[in-house]
Design a protein around this ligand. Structure first.
Ligand code: DX5
Ligand code: ZN
Length: 230
């Protein structure tokens, strides 16, 4: 897909920076504030040095992930876990819409991709700041999403790593060469002040955790991000 045919931008707040004591309300608030997707960061204290939430929490939040008119809002599950396959299947059963994993966390990337698709979910691959895109040579046609990490995975509130812009440009070229509708998502350090530059590098989907949840007015931040993208 070429630059001017690019589908609409999506803003995907990461509930990693939400109030964990009130997760349902937080999901509802951020959707009322204009969130397009809910980004759900799964960490296992093995692939990354942090531990968050599993399929039971995803299932509990599923009823909250809808707009006021009842339209479902996609839950974008970002797996930072190894191994991948067993839990990915559980997330599909728990109501995930998209499931992304890190290729270096799966012994058999192609098999994991097919297994997620077979469960009826959209599938994405996630690339860490120092991970090359080479694996895309072999699986890009099967993907719905490519997620570029602009921080090392594990924590919210880190600074954007600039080399991610170059990687976005490379990923955008690869996506456009397929002619397919594959989303290009960025995750880590996204703010009102850099979202335009990130979009210009090729991203169409923006994860933002601390930039949204560490402010009192989610709607204002999301509106400012959309204004930058307009
Ligand atoms: C980091 C997670 C991110 C995180 C981003 O491992 O994948 O989704 O929540 O947080 P911010 O937007 O604060 O950098
Ligand atoms: Zn994430």
């Amino acid at each position: 897909m070429s630059q001017n045919q690019r589908p609409h931008y999506r803003i995907a707040p990461s509930i990693l920076s939400a109030d964990f004591a009130r997760l349902g309300e937080e999901v509802k608030s951020v959707i009322d504030a204009g969130a397009d997707w809910i980004h759900f960061d799964v960490m296992d204290n093995h692939y990354v040095p942090n531990l968050t939430f599993g399929p039971m929490v995803c299932k509990a939040l599923r009823p909250y992930a809808k707009k006021a008119d009842g339209t479902a809002v996609p839950i974008d599950v970002h797996l930072m876990i190894s191994p991948v396959d067993a839990l990915a299947a559980e997330f599909a059963d728990a109501g995930a819409d998209l499931i992304s994993f890190h290729p270096d966390a799966s012994a058999h990337v192609h098999r994991s991709v097919q297994a997620i698709k077979a469960k009826g979910c959209q599938v994405g691959l996630v690339f860490n700041p120092a991970t090359p895109l080479d694996v895309l040579d072999w699986v890009i046609d099967d993907l719905d999403l490519i997620l570029i990490m602009s921080v090392n995975p594990g924590f919210g509130g880190q600074s954007f790593i600039d080399s991610a812009l170059r990687k976005l440009e490379q990923a955008r070229k690869r996506i456009d060469a397929t002619g397919k509708d594959i989303r290009l998502e960025i995750d880590g350090g996204v703010k009102v002040g850099n979202i335009r530059q990130i979009a210009d590098a090729g991203a169409d989907t923006f994860v933002a955790g601390s930039a949204i949840f560490n402010t009192p007015d989610y709607q204002a931040v999301i509106a400012q991000m959309r204004a930058e993208l307009a």
